[in-house]
Design a protein around this ligand. Structure first.
Ligand SMILES: Nc1ncnc2c1ncn2[C@@H]1O[C@H](COP(=O)(O)OP(=O)(O)OP(=O)(O)O)[C@@H](O)[C@H]1O
Ligand SMILES: [Mg+2]
Length: 335
């Protein structure tokens, strides 16, 4: 087996909009080992979902287009695959928990049938066998009295329960790779913790790789071995989870960490004053000569405006896209 289950090489995804070409994913490269969990983080609009939808061949085209790059899964470039071959992989070897579960579940189909469907399509199981296995999976994700709820429709379940159904649907075929796009954002904290530990447990049982997309660095700390930080369509930092939290290099990563509530910060839920990174993500149709984060960066200096930094090695397994690597004395002490 290839140790590198997923290898994304120099991926560029563009959206053709009336305002111009939006470079939603701009030269992204990273890999995911078999059995590994990566946390993909970054503010809204940074290209996290577009990266993951590209893996599954689900970029709406038009207006979207995979401009260039490779997405190798088990050594094969998915971008060379015919639609039919990709459809066979989707939901079977690679599955996804979508960012908006409420719109991903079919409102007029009972949940048992929805979980059973991938087994009938991909593994050729009879309806009865598929429903039996679906029941076991609904048990697995702790839907109480699952066997009695097969005929329930999504609207009869709570948000947390619907999320569990989504997880069961995504895992029922035992995928090698699960992409989970903000799987717990809509849930309250207790349910979130339950769902995350459930995903962790199932991941261990199935030796599955997990690409976990989230705004929440707390979730990343709990789940991931490595972290990829995206900003305006590019990777700006990548490192093991310990390095990201203890030695973040990029001022953007440092800003994200500062905006994360910590246990013991004395602030109760709803009263937390988070330190936000000033400014906003640049418009993706804009051509930026230098660093895309320059406008918001507390350590910005002249070179940052002129030339785009490359993603360079900081330490073993730690890369960052920042001129401070070449000019360390330019770092502001308050960063
Ligand atoms: N259907 C579309 N049409 C035009 N542009 C799009 C479309 N989908 C995505 N984009 C562009 O791609 C960029 C990245 O979007 P993406 O959904 O990947 O962000 P994200 O990092 O997942 O954000 P969020 O955290 O809010 O989910 C958007 O800012 C937008 O410019
Ligand atoms: Mg998204």
């Amino acid at each position: 087996m290839n140790d590198k289950l997923l290898e994304i090489e120099n991926l560029n995804v563009h959206f053709h909009t009336p305002e111009g070409v939006a470079r939603a994913v701009d030269g992204v490269s990273f890999h995911l080992d078999a059995g590994e969990t990566i946390g993909l983080v970054g503010e809204s609009g940074c290209g996290k979902s577009v990266t993951s939808l590209s893996i599954l061949g689900l970029i709406p085209s038009p207006p979207g287009e995979i401009e260039s790059g490779k997405i190798k899964f088990d050594g094969h470039n998915l971008l060379d695959f015919e639609a039919e071959r990709l459809r066979k992989i989707r939901g079977h070897e690679i599955s996804m928990i979508f960012q908006e579960p409420m719109t991903s579940l079919n409102p007029v189909l009972p949940i048992g049938r929805q979980v059973a469907e991938p087994l009938m399509v991909h593994q050729g199981l009879s309806k009865a066998d598929a429903l039996k296995k679906a029941t076991r999976w609904l048990d697995h994700v702790k839907i109480p009295a699952a066997a009695n709820r097969l005929n329930d429709f999504p609207h009869q379940l709570s948000g947390g329960m619907r999320q569990r159904v989504m997880i069961a649907m995504a895992m029922v075929c035992g995928p090698k790779l699960l992409i989970a796009d903000e799987p717990t954002t809509a849930l309250d904290v207790t349910i979130q913790a339950q769902i995350l530990s459930l995903m962790n447990r199932l991941k261990e049982e199935l030796t599955m790789s997990l690409l976990l997309i989230t705004h929440d660095l707390g979730v990343v700390a709990q789940m991931a071995a490595r972290v990829v930080v995206m900003y305006a369509g590019q990777i700006v930092e990548e490192a093991g989870v310990g390095d990201i939290f203890d030695h973040p290099f990029h001022p953007y990563t440092q800003g994200l960490l500062k905006s994360m509530p910590r246990i013991g910060d004395g602030l109760t839920e709803g009263k937390r004053r988070l330190i936000e990174i000033p400014g906003i993500v640049p418009v993706l149709t804009e051509i930026i000569e230098g660093c895309k984060f320059a406008d918001r960066c507390p350590s910005m200096f002249d070179v940052c405006r002129q030339t785009q930094p490359q993603l360079v090695s900081i330490n073993e397994g730690h890369r960052a896209r920042c001129w401070l690597k070449e000019y360390p004395n330019r770092r502001k002490s308050d960063v």
